[in-house]
Write a protein of this length. Structure first.
Length: 264
C-alpha cells in the first residue's frame, strides 16, 4: 500500500486514459495508482501476476477512480499486437503508455552467474518487448493524432552493472529505442525515457546484497540521503507524459537523489 509521501496531487490526467505495463507490483503499481490519483482512467497490465493487477485496480476504484486489467506476454509480438488492439477497442483512445515492465535478473548477484537463459529473458522482455510495445502502440497513437510514451529505464546506463551486465545492456538499449521512435513519431507522439535510481520495492528489499550492507552504502553515496519507496518518484515518471513536457521528446530524465550527476 502507498505511504503518505506528503506530495501534492494535481489532476494532470483528468479525462485521459493511461496504460501501465507490469502494474501488478512494484513501481508499475505505484505509477498506475498515481495516474488514477491525477484523474486518469487506468489500464493495469500484467503477465502472470493477475492477483497483483486486480489489487492495483481495486486500490484505484477505492479512491473513486476507473481501472481495467489487461493481460499480455510482452516478450511476444503477437501478444503485444492483441494487447494493443484490445486496449484501443476498449478505450477508443489511449493518451499515455508507460512501458514499465522489465526483467532485472533479480536472482543474479554477480556477472559470473550469467546464464544463456537469463540473457535471453532480459533481452526479450526489456529490449524486444519495449521496442515492440512502442512500435505497436505508437503507430496507433499516430493514427489518432496524439499520445505520449514513457519508457522506464534505469541509472545502470550511467555506471553499468557488475551484478547483471545483461540488464545494463538492455536498459542502455532503451535509449536507442526511445530516440528512434521519438524521431519517427514526431510531432504527434512523444517518446521519452525516465530513469529512477534505486527504490525500495518489495523485490529490492528481498535481495541478498540489499540485506548485507548495500543499502547503507548507497545511502551514504546519495546526496539526498535516502532510498525512496516507488510512490515518491511515480509522479516524476508521469511528468514526461504531461502538457508541461510537451516540448520534450527523445530525452532521458534521471531521478536518483543525485547519486549520478550526469551532464556537461
Amino acid at each position: 500500500m502507498s505511504q503518505n509521501t506528503g506530495q501534492k496531487i494535481f489532476p494532470r490526467f483528468a479525462g485521459k486514459t493511461v496504460l501501465v505495463t507490469g502494474a501488478g507490483t512494484g513501481f508499475g503499481a505505484e505509477i498506475a495508482f498515481r495516474a488514477a490519483q491525477e484523474g486518469a482512467r487506468v489500464g493495469v497490465h500484467y503477465n502472470s501476476s493477475k492477483r497483483g493487477a486486480e489489487r492495483t485496480a481495486e486500490r484505484i476504484r477505492a479512491i473513486g477512480g476507473e481501472a481495467f486489467t489487461v493481460q499480455a506476454d510482452i516478450s511476444s509480438w503477437g501478444s503485444i499486437r492483441l494487447l494493443a488492439d484490445k486496449a484501443f477497442e476498449r478505450t477508443g483512445t489511449l493518451d499515455v503508455l508507460v512501458n514499465n515492465v522489465g526483467d532485472v535478473a533479480t536472482e543474479q548477484m554477480s556477472w559470473r552467474d550469467l546464464t544463456q537463459e537469463s540473457l535471453d529473458r532480459v533481452i526479450d522482455v526489456d529490449v524486444k518487448g519495449t521496442l515492440l510495445m512502442t512500435h505497436e502502440f505508437g503507430s496507433r497513437m499516430l493514427e489518432q493524432g496524439h499520445g505520449a510514451i514513457v519508457n522506464i529505464g534505469s541509472t545502470v546506463v550511467v555506471r553499468g552493472s557488475a551484478r547483471a551486465p545483461q540488464y545494463a545492456a538492455a536498459k542502455y538499449g532503451l535509449l536507442g529505442i526511445t530516440k528512434s521512435y521519438a524521431a519517427a513519431f514526431a510531432p504527434a507522439v512523444r517518446v521519452n525515457t525516465f530513469a529512477p535510481g534505486f527504490m525500495e520495492t518489495g523485490a529490492t528489499l528481498e535481495r541478498e546484497d540489499w540485506k548485507s550492507g548495500r543499502r547503507e552504502k548507497l545511502i551514504a553515496q546519495t546526496p539526498m540521503g535516502t532510498i525512496p519507496p516507488p510512490e515518491v518518484v511515480a509522479g516524476t515518471a508521469l511528468f514526461l507524459a504531461t502538457e508541461d513536457a510537451s516540448h520534450i521528446t527523445g530525452a532521458y530524465m534521471l531521478a536518483d537523489g543525485g547519486f549520478n550527476m550526469v551532464g556537461a
